[in-house]
Write a protein that binds this ligand. Structure first.
Ligand code: SAM
Length: 248
């Protein structure tokens, strides 16, 4: 029986495409792609000829059966998305769970993923993190979600598009004030790669000063300055001691 390979593709810089990813796409019988025209451009760049078919959010459940049949016939199939690692805010979950439930073989060919690339260079805690995918488009739902993260340990990471980045950061400011440290990773691995750090209010000021900072693709990372009750009390005592020293 064949194998479904989950193949990561670059998130910007084509040099991030791994040798194993290239070899896998060259050797499989079929490539299931989120957008076949988009993937064709990548394949052309590497001189790979392949039989492509599309798998996207709307046909994934139907195509799962088809891929299962191919694997049972002994064919190998690769799954790719437009950029980065399939299934990470991209199609593929239904097909992988469907194949696994049938005892078929699914194997990853690891590579670029915007979340991991952004987090590892952010300077925010990496020992624990929570990935929220894309956040809701409507402000009320978004604020409710942000509010639910108040007790989240480690760094919270989400994906955001250029169209909504300003409004999302505005909502972060309204929910957290200055209690969250943010890092925005923009255009990772591309020409205009930028990391912006600060509170939400500071980031909004950077956007207001230079609208170019709102262009491109974003990974937003938040880390909460959660002082425990004890720490707050100690800090209050420390300030009181300093003030008392200065009093006549
Ligand atoms: N599967 C992809 C991955 O492995 O990261 C993510 C796909 S998701 C549809 C696209 C979102 O990922 C973008 O809206 C952006 O938030 C983030 N993203 C993708 N490439 C990026 C990059 N080069 N720099 C920053 N964020 C990126």
């Amino acid at each position: 029986r064949g194998t479904l390979y989950i193949v990561a593709t670059p998130i910007g810089n084509l040099e991030d495409f791994s040798r194993r990813a290239e070899k896998t796409l060259r050797e499989v019988d079929y490539i299931a792609a989120e957008d076949t025209r988009h993937t064709r451009r990548l394949l052309n760049h590497f001189g790979i000829e392949a039989k492509l078919f599309s798998i996207h959010d709307h046909n994934e459940k139907d195509k799962s059966e088809y891929v299962a049949t191919l694997l049972e016939e002994g064919k190998n199939v690769a799954l790719v998305s437009d950029a980065g690692t399939p299934l990470i805010s991209d199609p593929g979950y239904h097909i992988v769970s469907f194949l696994r439930a049938r005892g078929l073989t699914v194997t990853p060919v690891p590579g670029s993923c915007a979340l991991i690339a952004a987090l590892c260079a952010s300077g925010l805690p990496t020992d624990q993190f929570f990935f929220a995918g894309f956040v809701p488009a409507k402000s009320k739902a978004r604020c409710d979600l942000f509010d639910s993260w108040k007790t989240q340990a480690g760094t919270v990471v989400f994906y955001e598009s250029t169209h909504r980045i300003y409004d999302s950061i505005k909502d972060v400011a309204s929910v957290y004030g200055d209690d969250a440290q943010l890092v925005l990773a923009r255009e990772v691995s591309k020409t205009f790669e930028t990391f912006l750090s600060g509170t939400a209010t500071e980031i909004l000021a950077m956007f207001d000063a230079d609208a170019n900072q709102m262009r491109g693709e974003f990974v937003v990372m938040l880390s909460f300055t959660q002082e425990s009750g004890d720490e707050k009390e100690l800090e209050a005592m420390r300030i009181l001691t300093i003030l008392l020293e200065d009093l006549p």
